[in-house]
Design a protein around this ligand. Structure first.
Ligand SMILES: NC(=O)c1ccc[n+]([C@@H]2O[C@H](COP(=O)([O-])OP(=O)(O)OC[C@H]3O[C@@H](n4cnc5c(N)ncnc54)[C@H](OP(=O)(O)O)[C@@H]3O)[C@@H](O)[C@H]2O)c1
Length: 271
């Protein structure tokens, strides 16, 4: 007797409601577009509302009308994207948005930044700002979304934006490295606790991606060349290199993956 043919799990996200924080530019913006193209209804959240509205307008021009206005429910054909002004360090605002807009099936917990300073010169203000945004806010957003998933009783997927600096150190980024290692730990603890509720929790760990965050650093030709010499695949990454992985973690194709961290670094951490 032959075994039954297996069915390839879907890489689509149809029927899902997704929240992407830090969606006004860079990785979050690209991820929101990728998720919408895969069929999800995406709520983009960041402080710069006009930038997200401009992205939605451009997406609609490229992909056809979507239905709802940029600041209202997306309910039509085409890419389903809407934008919400949100400062993720404002806990009350985070909880209110998730309460109002949730429950979500997928969270890309992406809002984050870096302030590059030598360890012995890190200013108190930088330490506080990075801990507030990269760790405390990421924790609160994940907690609020997970609580909504648990209450809805339908499971879900949470993907944290970590970094290669969640795995290795680096110069002039001690606080950033500490926050991303914390995100790696949070990923595992959340995966352990939320798995029995059908909620998967993973992390994405890119190396240098060309975004507004890294533009200044990557404009330094000497730094760029040194980084490329250490990167087996030999080129800088763009946001396109991250988009497919985001869709994968939202889709049924990753149904049994939880507590994992995916390096997207061109082999950088293998050297
Ligand atoms: N680029 C890289 O090489 C790289 C590599 C590894 C990991 N990462 C991680 O990927 C994530 C995104 O990085 P990126 O390069 O795309 O950065 P980016 O271009 O600077 O974009 C950061 C995003 O975060 C949002 N944000 C910042 N503070 C916020 C706040 N208080 N409330 C809400 N949103 C806020 C920004 O929106 P507003 O300013 O409009 O609020 C923006 O949309 C970060 O977590 C970063 O650590 C990046």
């Amino acid at each position: 007797m032959t075994e039954p043919l297996p069915t390839t799990p879907s890489l689509r996200c149809d029927g899902q409601r997704a929240l992407v924080t830090g969606a006004s530019r860079g990785i979050g913006r690209a991820a929101a577009l990728a998720l919408a193209a895969a069929g999800a209804e995406v709520v983009m959240a960041a402080r710069a509302l006009p930038e997200m509205e401009a992205t939605i307008a451009a997406a609609r021009a490229a992909h056809g009308p979507a239905g709802g206005p940029a600041d209202g429910p997306a309910d039509g054909p085409g890419l389903r994207l809407s934008a919400r002004a949100l400062d993720v360090t404002d806990r009350a605002a985070v909880r209110a948005l998730v309460e109002r807009e949730g429950p979500f099936d997928f969270l890309l917990n992406n809002a984050g930044t870096n302030i590059r300073e030598p360890f012995t010169a890190v200013q108190d203000e930088s330490l506080d700002a990075l801990l507030d945004l990269n760790l405390r806010a990421a924790f609160t957003v994940a907690q609020a979304v997970a609580a909504g998933m648990v209450a809805a009783g339908k499971g879900g997927s949470i993907l944290h934006l970590s970094s290669v600096n969640g795995h290795v150190g680096g110069l002039n980024r001690s606080v950033y490295t500490a926050t991303k290692h914390a995100i790696e730990g949070l990923t595992k603890a959340m995966a352990a606790e939320l798995g029995p509720r059908g909620i998967r929790v993973n992390a994405l760990s890119p190396g240098f991606v060309e975004t507004p965050l890294t533009a200044g650093l990557l404009a330094d030709e000497k730094f760029r060349a040194a980084h490329l010499r250490r990167t087996p695949l030999g080129r800088m990454m763009t946001v396109e290199d991250v988009m497919g992985a985001v869709v994968f973690f939202a889709s049924p194709a990753s149904a049994m993956i939880s507590g994992a961290s995916l390096l997207i670094d061109g082999g950088f951490c293998s050297v």
